[in-house]
Design a protein around this ligand. Structure first.
Ligand code: FES
Length: 74
């Protein structure tokens, strides 16, 4: 039996929840973190990228409804 696929869930007007197992690797190839669940910044304003630090609330990030989307696109 294979492992469950990595799942990325969009939070409405917020972060990506990435559930793994997941390895986050920097552009230099170095491992940043490894684990089962991470919250990644989607607004681009986090002071601890690639992780969400809650700044999306202060900057009023809006995903224009994308976080609620229920249709698939390929
Ligand atoms: S999504 Fe939370 S700080 Fe960017």
């Amino acid at each position: 039996m294979s492992e469950a696929p990595v799942t990325i869930t969009l939070a409405e007007n917020g972060w990506y929840t990435v559930e793994g197992p997941v390895r986050i690797v920097g552009s230099d190839g170095e491992l940043i973190r490894e684990g089962e669940k991470f919250f990644l910044c989607r607004c681009g304003q986090s002071n601890s990228k690639p992780f969400c630090d809650g700044t999306h609330k202060k900057c009023g990030f809006s995903d224009d409804g994308l976080g609620k989307r229920s249709t698939k696109e390929d």
